[in-house]
Structure formats: C-alpha cells, structure tokens
Write a protein that binds this ligand. Structure first.
Ligand SMILES: NC(=O)c1ccc[n+]([C@@H]2O[C@H](COP(=O)([O-])OP(=O)(O)OC[C@H]3O[C@@H](n4cnc5c(N)ncnc54)[C@H](O)[C@@H]3O)[C@@H](O)[C@H]2O)c1
Length: 399
C-alpha cells in the first residue's frame, strides 16, 4: 500500500509541542516525515533547523533531521495527500466557559477532505472528547473515502518528549482491525510496547490519565492548605509520611497545578459525564484557588499595598518555556490588584514582553513568590521573605 505514497507520514499540527517531537523521533527511526502546520512562523523556524520552543535534546536532532531531508515542514495542505500515515495533533482547547468543543479535530479533517486519499491511515493523537474517533470515521465514510482511522493518544510530559516517546508504552486503538494492525506497525518503530484498547476506552483512558494527576495535585494542595492554616509545615509532614513507607511514595508536593492539559481534560471528562464529576470540579476549585489562597494569606501578614512583590517563574512548570494556562499569571493579576507593584521574571519564557531580569527583581522586591520551581531559584540568597509553596528552598512551605 505504501508504494503509492512518496512520504511515510505527515503530521497535521506538526510544529506544535506534541507534533514536532513525534516527527523528530519518527524521522530518527528512519521514516520520511512531513510536518504540516498552519503556523507559518513555526514552519519557517523548523525548516531553518530551529526549534520554536524548548524540548530536551531536540535542537541537535532537528538540525540533523532537516539535513538528512527525512524531516520537512510546510504550510501546504497538499502535503497531506503524499503520505501513507496522517497523524493529527491539532490543539483541542476548552472554550472560555470550560466547555469542550469536539469541532477542532472534525474541522481539521473536513478542511483536509480534498487531500485525504483512499488507502491512507489517519491516526488521531490530539486528546479528544470521547466519541470523536467514531465521528471522524463517520465523516470519512460519508465522504466516500476508504481510510483507516485509529486513535493513539499522546502521554508524554513536555520537556521529556524525546526520551518518553521511545520508552513509554503506546496505547493503540482503531476503528477496524486493519487500522489497529497499521497503528501497531507504525508505533512499533519507536515505542517499546503497545497496549490495546477500543477507541472509546482509549479516549477515556487519556482523559483519566490527566484527570488522575490533576486530582492528586489537588489532594496535595488541599492538605497543604490545611496544615498551613494550622501553622504546620506540610513538607515536614509529607517527608515523615514517605519515609520508608512505600504506600505514600507517590504523594505529590503542593504547587501551582496548571498548564494546557490537566484542567482542560478534567473539564472534558466532566462535560462527557453530564457535568457529574464532583471530584474533578472540587479539584479545579482547589488548584485554581491556590493563588487566591496565597494572596489572602500574604495580605494578612504583610502591608502589600506598600510593597513591591517579585514573581519568580511564569512557565506552568519547572525548566519549561511554556506559559500556556500558567497560574503565575493569575497570581500576577491578583497581586496587581493588591500590592504596590508586581515584577515578574522567568529565565525561559522569552515571548513574554512584560518580564524583568532576575537581578532587577531581586534588587527591587520587598517580597518574593516562587511561582514556578525552576532549579535556578533553588539557590536564592536574599534578605527579603520568600514565599515558597513548592518547598524548593527546603525551608518548609509556610505562606
Ligand atoms: N502539550 C502536551 O504536553 C500534550 C501531551 C499530551 C497530549 N496533548 C494534546 O495534544 C494536542 C496538541 O497539543 P499541543 O500542546 O501540541 O498544542 P500546540 O498548540 O503546541 O500544537 C498544535 C499545532 O497545531 C497547529 N494547528 C492547529 N490547527 C491546525 C490545522 N487545522 N491544520 C494544521 N495545523 C494546525 C498549530 O499551529 C500548532 O502548531 C492537544 O489535543 C493536547 O491536549 C498535549
């Protein structure tokens, strides 16, 4: 079947955080990969061998893969008809009311109908609202295309994508046996093992994975707030609980739990279950409420209106340049309302134009808040108080 195609794979949304690392790993495994993306700036950067965002180990690999010509990037949708496998990784955000909208994947497929050809294999890899895989197949059947459809969710953590794509099992599901066979063969080239589910199970599995982490972070955050309200050090309690006690090794620490996936996918699951998801909604209240909790505690302790507060870290997680849905910005908004002045800094978030160099923030602030636990903040040596919910400095997290 592959005889009639000039490329092995095209990735739709291929210059994004999920698509580009996947393209790199597939090209490195010997496949010819086209990254198709509507973002012309990102495509230009990738073609020039430059990563549009930070990902460990990706700079060198991208340069090498572009040189070999196994990897290419384009804004031309016609590229989609040239490849046997069409991987779709476009973003699937919830709207401003936190409602999921299954349309993004369907619109992308509809927009590509003229390019999609019989004999192709469409692999959905965006995190989708349950049922979208079946809807995609229906759409293709209605358009009279003989195309295999599989859903193979992405479970990497940003920053560790290259390593995790090659070391974690791949969940594979397909609408037909042939789709499953083709997806198995495709992912066997990079993943150490394959786990099979039906498409509906796999769609739920991906949402469960992110929701589970979101609930765990909420549990830690709520226990932290309880301990803190009683003037007790949650970090010390947690360390004591984990010491030589295997059952609690997975207990996360507190911190601003945010980013483009966890809340969004918890809300997708809530909507799918007719908004009957008490634990998910409670987790949202806790995690999204942490910045306000911190600020109200600080208001009690300090004369905020007459102080300059420095926020250290704007990315949604450590050592990342990804500021999407970062709670640092919620913290900034709240503090702008209540403090005399707010200064923000981050070593990686270069696209944020409202940042100050770290030295200036340290020199001018009366109070510092570590919002993102970037390693470089671990050896801060300052005289002003530092709010450290992450316990990065090892002094206990009391706010
Ligand atoms: N970021 C993660 O760590 C992660 C992990 C697992 C799953 N996911 C899921 O993967 C999907 C993509 O996430 P992401 O973080 O890579 O998003 P992203 O915004 O970084 O990447 C999406 C890319 O798709 C492009 N795009 C959008 N519509 C397009 C279209 N119609 N045709 C071609 N290109 C188009 C965008 O320009 C962008 O480059 C989401 O469903 C997300 O939930 C993300």
């Amino acid at each position: 079947m592959s005889m009639s195609f000039s490329r092995d794979v095209v990735i739709v949304g291929g210059c994004g955080r999920v698509g580009l690392p996947l393209g790199l790993v597939l090209a490195d495994a010997g496949m010819s990969v086209t990254l198709y993306d509507v973002d012309a700036n990102a495509v230009d950067r990738v073609r020039a061998g430059k990563m549009p965002f930070w990902e460990r180990g990706a700079d060198d690999l991208l340069e090498r893969m572009i040189e070999t010509e196994r990897l290419d990037a384009t804004v031309d949708p016609k590229s989609v008809s040239e490849a046997e496998h069409v991987v779709l990784v476009v973003g699937t955000p919830v709207d401003e009311h936190l409602n999921p909208d299954p349309k993004y994947v369907l619109l992308a497929i509809e927009g590509l109908l003229d390019q999609l050809r019989d004999g192709q294999h469409v692999i959905l890899r965006s995190t989708v609202y349950p049922g979208v895989t079946a809807m995609v197949q229906k759409l293709l059947v209605a358009a009279k295309r003989t195309i295999d459809v599989s859903f193979c969710p992405e479970r990497i953590a940003e920053g560790k994508a290259l390593e995790e794509l090659r070391s974690l099992p791949q969940i594979v599901s397909g609408r037909t046996e042939r789709a499953v066979r083709r997806a198995d063969a495709f992912f066997s080239t990079i993943a150490p093992s394959i786990v099979h589910l039906s498409p509906e199970e796999a769609e739920l599995a991906k949402l469960f994975a992110n929701t589970w982490r979101y609930i765990q972070f909420a549990a830690a955050n709520q226990l932290f707030m309880i301990a803190n309200d009683f003037g007790l050090d949650f970090g010390k309690i947690r360390d004591a609980l984990k010491q030589d006690y295997p059952r609690l090794q997975g207990m996360p620490g507190p911190g601003l739990a945010a980013g483009p996936c966890l809340l969004k996918d918890t809300m997708q699951l809530a909507a799918f279950n007719n908004n009957n998801f008490t634990l998910g909604h409670a987790s949202m209240m806790i995690n999204e409420g942490l910045p306000m909790y911190m600020v109200s505690r600080l208001e009690r302790e300090y004369d905020l209106p007459n102080m300059t507060v420095g926020i250290l870290g704007m990315a949604f997680k450590a050592e990342s340049d990804d500021t999407r849905d970062s709670l640092s910005y919620k913290l900034k908004r709240l503090l702008r309302f209540r403090a005399g002045r707010v200064l923000c800094t981050d070593p990686y978030a270069h696209h944020d134009v409202d940042l100050w160099p770290l030295e200036d923030v340290l020199a001018e602030s009366d109070l510092l808040v570590i919002a993102t636990p970037h390693k470089k903040y671990a050896d801060l040596n300052v005289d002003v108080p530092v709010v450290d919910v992450w316990n990065l400095l090892g002094h206990g997290e009391l706010v």
